[in-house]
Design a protein around this ligand. Structure first.
Ligand SMILES: *Cc1c(COP(=O)(O)O)cnc(C)c1O
Length: 402
């Protein structure tokens, strides 16, 4: 709508699906806060709108905007990232199907696939996302319908070779789904690398201001099991009903317009902090794909335009130091979630990944994840200095007490 595919990212972010209101000329399209639409005769619909579960102009505008940025064929907005994932899984899977699932991923995705879909006869095999041989070996011919991967992964920030995963999926007649929440379409477009569908928690970078929950599925033009993927997911959205409301779509669409600017700053702040953290004795390892020492660095350079705003730290002083660090800062707020303008810190083992404690998917107990915001970087460094002092004191006291 008003944009073409060769326009730049920021132009499309601002204009795709976001044309001024034709009725009044309002530059910003109104929020269509309505459940139902008047009909001009029985089943004579205006612009196809009947009932907001099926379609709503505010939601459709946001879907068009995000679909343009991902280079997709169609997009669908949901009430949360998990609702989007659930709809995609229901749209394409049947009882007895098998998923090859990237092991290092969002804890809630794992819970959804194992504990909800497991009951309906869906099985899965977790695999190291960086090991294509392991991915291929996990495929069960005739049973595997879906490969699912998150890159960069959460919270270890591993990098998966999306094109390689796509080749394995397609050789098996399966679909590849990429969770693009961490990278966002500004940094990485999985559909252009061969993925069949992208999922997002729009709660994170796309909304970008920690004030809205949402999710989305964007699909390539593709048939699966005799049906257009877009049709299957669209039907699931309508029939399953976990749609995003108009207020939430307005907030997500507003956030999405500045995604490019925000991501540039998230990336540059993260790079500065990573260099600084790397010089500190309290820090055993910094995990960030932008570091040359990161095993996925070269691959990340080939498939993305930047390395993102998420940084994980492994503390030399173990769990004690990690916990003290996470609990001691002011700007880095102790909180789950990520991708907002404000910086957050998370003790992943017990916060986002509590549901996988004691399993092979458990997160190291000396790990802390930072979601680096877009504040002034000097202020963030000063805050991290407070955190490192707390980490140092805590590990000294711990050593002294032993
Ligand atoms: C947050 C998150 C989700 C789940 O999204 P919700 O909006 O919280 O339901 C899925 N994947 C990743 C990578 C996430 O960070």
């Amino acid at each position: 709508m008003g944009t073409t595919s060769h326009q730049g990212f920021n132009t499309q972010a601002i204009h795709a699906g976001q044309a001024p209101d034709p009725l009044t000329g309002a530059v910003i399209p109104p929020i269509y806060q309505t459940s139902t639409f008047v009909q001009d005769g029985i089943n004579v619909l205006r612009n196809g709108h009947e009932y907001s579960r099926g379609s709503n102009p505010t939601r459709n505008g946001f879907e068009t905007q995000l679909t343009a940025l991902e280079g997709g064929h169609a997009g669908f907005a949901f009430a949360s990232g998990i609702a989007a994932e659930d709809a995609l899984l229901r749209a394409v899977l049947a009882p007895g199907d098998h998923i090859v699932l990237g092991a290092d991923g969002y804890g809630g995705t794992n819970r959804l696939i194992n504990r909800l879909h497991g009951k309906w006869g869906i099985t899965n095999t977790p695999v190291d996302i960086t090991d294509l041989d392991a991915v291929a070996a996990a495929v069960q011919p005739g049973k595997t319908a879906l490969l699912w991967v998150e890159t960069p992964s959460n919270p270890l920030l591993g990098i998966a070779d999306v094109a390689g995963w796509a080749r394995i999926a397609h050789a098996a007649g399966a679909l590849l789904v990429v969770d693009n929440t961490f990278a966002t379409p500004f940094l990485q477009r999985p559909l252009s690398l061969g993925a069949d569908a992208v999922v997002h928690s729009t709660t994170k970078y796309i909304g970008g201001h920690s004030d809205v929950l949402g999710g989305a599925v964007i699909v390539a033009r593709k048939e699966f099991r005799g049906e257009e993927l877009a049709q299957s997911v669209g039907f699931q959205q309508f029939a399953g009903g976990a749609v995003a409301g108009p207020q939430d779509c307005f907030l997500a669409a507003r956030g999405l317009k500045t995604l490019g600017l925000r991501m540039e700053r998230h990336c540059s702040n993260a790079a500065t902090l990573t260099d600084w953290l790397g010089t500190r004795e309290e820090v055993e390892t910094v995990l960030y794909p932008g570091l040359e020492s990161h095993p996925g660095h070269e691959l990340a350079k080939t498939q993305s335009n930047g390395f993102g705003g998420i940084v994980s730290i492994l503390f030399a002083g173990g769990e004690t130091a990690a916990r003290a660090f996470a609990e001691s800062m002011k700007l880095f707020a102790l909180s789950v979630s990520l991708g907002g303008v404000e910086s957050l810190v998370c003790y992943s083992a017990e916060m986002t990944h509590a549901s996988v404690v004691g399993t092979p998917l458990a997160v190291p107990r000396n790990l802390v994840r930072l979601s680096v915001g877009i504040e002034q970087v000097e202020d963030l460094i000063a805050d991290l200095e407070v955190g490192l002092a707390a980490a140092r004191n805590a590990s000294r006291q711990y050593a002294g007490a032993r």
